[in-house]
Design a protein around this ligand. Structure first.
Ligand code: BGC
Length: 343
C-alpha cells in the first residue's frame, strides 16, 4: 500500500501473486490483509474487492477491509466467557460487546512473512498470554495460495499454551461487478447451502436459536438477488440488513463442497466459497458509508463480506458444543477456506 507508512514508521510490505490465467491477488503484512483480487473478465482486469486507497484510509476505516480477524472473529457478548470456571473479561469495543478480537486485534498487527513462493505467502504472528484479554501465548500462521484453478485458498493454523477460544476469518468485501455504483452488493445473486441461520438480539448477539431459513428472507438455498428480500423482516431490520451467520451441514464442511456462490449482477463472473468452518457470516456492508475507497467514497452495501467462521458468541452458547471453538492447550487449530472464481 503506497503513500504513508504504518504506525511503526515503516512501510507496509505487499506481496503480489499471479497465476497463468492472469488472476492476481495482493496481500499485505499489516493485518495479514487480502488487499486485491483481480480477474481478466472479457479481456479487462476487474478488481473484485473493495479496499482503502492508501495507508491513511486503511488506518481510518473500522470495517476490517480484507483483514485477518482474530483471536475471535465476530462478537462475544459483553466480552465475557469462562473456561473451567475461570472468568475472562475482554476489552469492549462494539456497544457492550467485544468484536473481532478487540481494539488491537490481528487486523492491526504487523505480521512476519515466513514463507513465500511465486504462488503463495505465509504470515506469522505471536501473541502474549493475556493480550487483548485472551489466555495463552499463541502462534498463528495464515497462508494464502493462488491456485491454477483460479482460487485463493486461505489456510489458518494456531497453537496456544492455554485453552483459548479461537475463530479466525478473513474480512474481504466483494464486488464482482464492473460497476461500483452505490449499493451494488445488493444486485449480486447469492446461493448459500444453509438450512438454518442464527437470529440475533439488538446488540447482534445470536439468540441461541438455529432458525430454519425456509419461509424467511434468509432462504438462499435457491440462488436469489440479495436485494429481493433485503430488509423485509424484523430479523434483518435489527441489523440494518444481512449481518447473520448461516449454518452449514457438517458434511459440507470439507473445503471441497461448495457452500456458497456469489454471482456478479451481469452474470459474467461467479465466486464459489468452500470451507472447513461450520458457518458463514453474510454481511451486506450495512455500515460502510464514508470509507475512503480506492475509486470512491463508499456507501452502505457497496460490498458483501462472506466470513467463514465458528458461530458468533459460541463460547457462551453451550448448546453449540459440537461446534466448539475452544482450542485446547497443545492442540492445533487448522482450517481452510477457498474463494474460487469462474468466468
Ligand atoms: C460484523 C458487522 C460489523 C463488521 C465490521 C462484521 O463481521 O458482522 O456487524 O459491523 O464486521 O466491523
Amino acid at each position: 500500500m503506497c503513500g504513508t507508512s504504518y504506525t511503526d514508521g515503516e512501510q507496509a510490505i505487499l506481496v503480489h501473486l499471479r497465476n497463468s490465467n492472469g488472476v492476481t491477488a495482493t496481500l499485505m503484512d499489516i493485518g495479514a490483509t487480502w488487499l486485491s483480487f483481480c480477474a481478466p473478465v472479457q479481456g479487462k482486469d476487474r478488481e473484485l474487492l473493495i479496499r482503502a486507497n492508501d495507508m491513511d484510509a486503511y488506518l481510518e476505516q473500522e470495517a476490517y477491509l480484507g483483514a485477518t480477524v482474530g483471536r475471535f472473529a465476530n462478537r462475544i457478548a459483553k466480552g465475557q466467557f469462562s473456561i473451567d470456571g475461570r472468568e475472562y473479561q475482554l476489552p469492549i469495543n462494539n456497544g457492550e460487546n467485544s468484536l473481532h478480537g478487540g481494539e488491537l486485534g490481528f487486523d492491526k498487527k504487523r505480521w512476519t512473512i515466513i514463507e513465500q513462493t511465486h504462488s503463495s505467502v505465509t504470515f506469522f504472528l505471536h501473541l502474549h498470554d493475556g493480550e487483548q484479554g485472551y489466555p495463552g501465548n499463541m502462534d498463528v500462521k495464515v497462508r494464502y495460495e493462488l491456485t491454477q484453478d483460479n482460487a485463493l485458498e486461505i489456510r489458518y493454523e494456531a497453537t496456544c499454551d492455554k485453552d483459548c477460544p479461537v475463530n479466525l476469518t478473513n474480512h474481504a468485501y466483494f464486488n464482482l461487478s464492473e460497476s461500483s455504483e452505490d449499493g451494488i452488493a445488493l444486485k449480486h445473486h447469492l446461493k448459500v447451502e444453509a438450512e438454518y441461520y442464527l437470529p440475533v438480539s439488538e446488540t447482534l448477539i445470536p439468540t441461541g436459536e438455529l432458525k430454519p431459513v425456509v419461509g424467511t428472507s434468509f432462504d438462499f438455498q435457491k440462488e436469489k438477488e440479495i436485494a429481493r428480500d433485503f430488509m423485509s423482516d424484523s430479523d434483518q431490520a435489527i441489523a440494518s440488513g444481512y449481518d447473520h451467520c448461516f449454518v452449514f451441514s457438517q458434511k459440507d464442511c470439507d473445503a471441497e463442497s461448495i457452500v456458497a456462490t456469489l454471482t456478479a449482477p451481469e452474470r459474467d463472473l461467479k465466486m464459489h466459497v468452500k470451507t472447513t468452518k461450520p458457518g458463514m457470516q453474510c454481511y451486506t456492508g450495512n455500515f460502510l458509508a464514508g470509507i475512503n475507497g480506492y475509486d470512491k467514497s463508499y456507501k452502505n452495501n457497496d460490498g458483501v463480506a462472506l466470513e467463514t467462521q465458528y458461530f458468533p458468541d459460541a463460547p457462551n452458547q453451550p448448546q453449540w458444543k459440537s461446534r466448539n471453538p475452544l482450542l485446547k492447550a497443545g492442540a492445533t487449530y487448522q482450517h481452510k477456506t477457498v474463494y474460487q472464481l469462474e468466468w
